[in-house]
Ligand binder design. Structure first.
Ligand code: IPD
Ligand code: CA
Ligand code: CA
Length: 269
């Protein structure tokens, strides 16, 4: 564990994410249909998401007792009057998890005034922990990572995801077609947090998605930035990105090209 306080907290958050991941892994294939609820159309949840969230909050609370919690399953208090807030998606890729597709993650971030300063994305089945802290770089299982050096979208592998909710379908199809035509290929993992972590590690060169929530992206955005990449909304605003719902994250070199493509089909934010 390092000497900088953020590095120390990041190490503890990584440990908590690994422990939460062990619980999730043990439950893979065990969740019965009657324990799955549809929160809203196509958005599933089970006791695994909820128990994991509580476990993470319990592990993190002692670090900053006054901090709030912005969490997907809403098991904690958000408004505590503190500038610090843990932003947690206990299980990103719930649909994959419930289907036995081994691509899902734990996403934990600490934000100060809603800007991420610690980010951990743990790929549970690969046992890969992606960890970053502000001005400390991005790391994969303790080794420094950086974004790719692909300079043109023609040569880029681009990740994306599709929102659960209907709406924007014509615009999304248009953007998808544009990206398909202008890139080497598209991937869809089913975990936004992992899409961003893979972008930070240079496995993907770019990522875009609409209708996300802060818990999907908070940790991953910091990973991309600390790995030397760029993250913004579709209009190229980087600040306040956790309030944005439409996100582009890249190695930096292909960011402007990506922005040109996604802006061809305007979306309200
Ligand atoms: C979802 C995943 C998916 C993305 C969806 C998210 P969940 O999160 O990140 O990749 O396409 O927009 O909602 O529901 O599995 O935590
Ligand atoms: Ca999510
Ligand atoms: Ca989730």
């Amino acid at each position: 564990m390092g000497s900088h306080p953020l590095e120390k907290f990041a190490g503890i958050a990584e440990g908590a994410a690994r422990e939460a991941g062990q619980f999730i892994r043990a439950e893979l294939g065990q969740v019965r249909a009657e324990h799955v609820r549809e929160k809203e159309k196509n958005s599933l949840v089970s006791y695994v998401d909820i128990e994991t969230e509580k476990m993470l909050a319990e592990a993190l609370r002692p670090l900053l007792p006054e901090a709030g919690f912005l969490t997907e399953e809403n098991t904690q208090t958000l408004h505590t009057g503190s500038d610090y807030c843990w932003i947690i998606d206990p299980l990103d890729g719930t649909t994959n998890f419930l289907k036995g597709i081994p691509v899902f993650s734990v996403s934990v971030a600490l934000a100060f005034r809603l800007e991420p300063i610690i980010g951990v994305v743990y790929d549970i089945m690969q046992e890969e922990a992606f960890t970053a802290w502000l001005d400390g770089g991005a790391h994969l299982n303790g080794r420094r990572i950086s974004v790719s050096d692909v300079g043109h979208l023609d040569d880029a592998i681009v990740a994306t995801g599709f929102p659960y909710k209907a709406g924007y379908r014509p615009q999304l199809s248009e953007i998808f077609t544009e990206v398909l035509h202008h890139s080497r290929g598209i991937r869809r993992l089913g975990s936004a947090a992992l899409d961003l972590a893979y972008t930070a590690a240079g496995r993907f060169d770019a990522y875009y998605e609409t209708r996300l929530n802060a818990w999907d992206i908070a940790a991953g955005i910091l990973l991309v930035r600390e790995a030397g990449g760029r993250a913004s909304n579709f209009l190229n605003a980087g600040e306040g990105i956790l309030r944005a719902h439409h996100v582009v994250a890249t190695n930096g070199l292909v960011h402007d090209e990506m922005l040109r493509l996604v802006s061809r089909a305007p979306l309200d934010d």
